[in-house]
Design a protein around this ligand. Sequence first.
Ligand code: ATP
Length: 571
Amino acid sequence: MDFECLAVIFERLETVSSGNTIRDLLAEFLKTVAQEDLVNVCYLLLGRISSDFDDTVLGIAEKSVLKSIALASGMEITKITAMVRETGDAGIAAQKVLQKKPRTLVPLKPLTVHDLVGKMHILAASTGSGSHDAKVTQLATLLQRASPMGARYVTRIALGTLRLGAGYKALLDALAIAFTGDKKNKVILEQAYNICPDVGIIAETLMTKGLKGIEAIDIQVGRPIQMMLCQRVEVLDEIPDKIPGEVTVEAKYDGERIQAHKNKKGKITLFSRCLDVITDQFPDVVKALAKQIDAEEFVVEGEVIAIDEKGNHLPFQLLMQRRRKYDVEEYVAKIPVQIKLFDVLYYNGKSFLHEAYVKRSALLEKIVHKNKAVTLTERIVTEDVMEMSDFFQKMLKEGYEGIIIKSRASDSVYQAGVRGWNWIKWKKDYETSLADTFDLVIIGAYSGRGKRQGVYGALLCAVYNNKSDTFESFCKLGTGLTDEVLEQLPVLLKKYQREKCPARVIVKKEMEPEVWFEPVIVVEVLGAEITQSPFHAVGLALRFPRFIRFRDDKKPEQATTRREVEQMLRK
Ligand code: ATP
């Protein structure tokens, strides 16, 4: 397929904001895509060149992209830089200057989707001396082979800034319409996506094997699966209603969740809560898992926490210092960690996703040789709420966040990507009847006054509506933003700034911000109470919100949902 066909669709998608129109446009287009292009087209529609979890980084800095535009157009780089400053968008600048470019003597082969993705992968993989200049030249050739409009999108893809308002959910809806003729089948695709978060594979399987093929998708070593999540209750006494009979009660640690995959060759890959590859951050965890787990192949999950020499747990902030690309070994020694394993999803060629929790934890006990670096979560088995409460108090004394109550029933399977009732969390905040913290998405900002002149004074934050795939305003956040955070915000948000309300964002007139942002950055916010509100799109508002921290381990679609805040609203 010529890249131009895709560029035409990109351009149309840019002008629409209605979710239904986006879906219909995508569905009509997907019907026209040949099998050999489908996977790449799906990735590109999400602004990527590979699956969401693939750690391929294009790594082309804006400066280099501008050099490529200069090379492709013959225009001076200073002029291009000035245009980018003026328009705020290198893509538009590329389109404008390439419209004026002189024709090459020999016409170049038009750019195809296959070539673009293939060449972008080569660009991403090239490192070392000389690679920078080679990247600039190769990207310039791609820009020349595209039409001026195509160059706009090639530029954005190279920079990682192509956002069309179509998230993976809209794409799954469109695939359901295009290949099954029935939008309702999106539920089946979403379930499969939870186990295989790769729209390319989902699309190709659907096209070639139909819904039967989709239903047969299972866990695969090396491909992360969306993590199972917890529900919450108002009072601990509700537990027997929600999970009758004996339950496993485990400590809830405030660390970083890790899904570890070991393949037959012995290679271990660590995935974060967001399904990013974080193997290089934790060489110590990799080594320990390889030694302490008795299995040729496995997929296990656990929480990593920082510990002192005696093995006592240290605060989350210390663990965060392990999130680094450089000086990793120095920090391995400085901040030792321990992984507390709590689940096994795959073992020696067999998927355990559909097995009950009792069976999964028995297997974990069998294959893990505990030591200081690798251990299992502390746990008890009981059906008595008093015992749960005692265990909870004990965990708080040990400095942990709370407990997670897990079903042991025959249907307590691993529910990938689901916040279901098989796992229920109970935290200190709930007991002291403070509201929980919320993970909200920044969708806008208001400029500061007085002391905050020149920086953002407040942020407009949204919850995620997972039914309509929209981000709905929920609170204006001004408290808790330290000077350091206020300085960080413009840098962090610049890339996502938009002139008008972005697609999928819903805000009422009264709350319209001065600056809009693509819903990308997630922040953790503590709130005192949820009240009805005519001003916020969700119909509710969080009172006295206070910024706690950035949740860069969460994607916007993993933010607190509209449904959750509706459930929390105390009548
Ligand atoms: P939070 O912000 O409270 O971590 P969350 O939205 O990330 O919540 P929840 O479903 O509320 O996810 O809580 C589950 C999280 O708790 C897991 O993602 C994991 O990181 C952490 N956790 C700590 N201890 C355990 C445990 N024993 N079993 C499962 N998850 C645990």
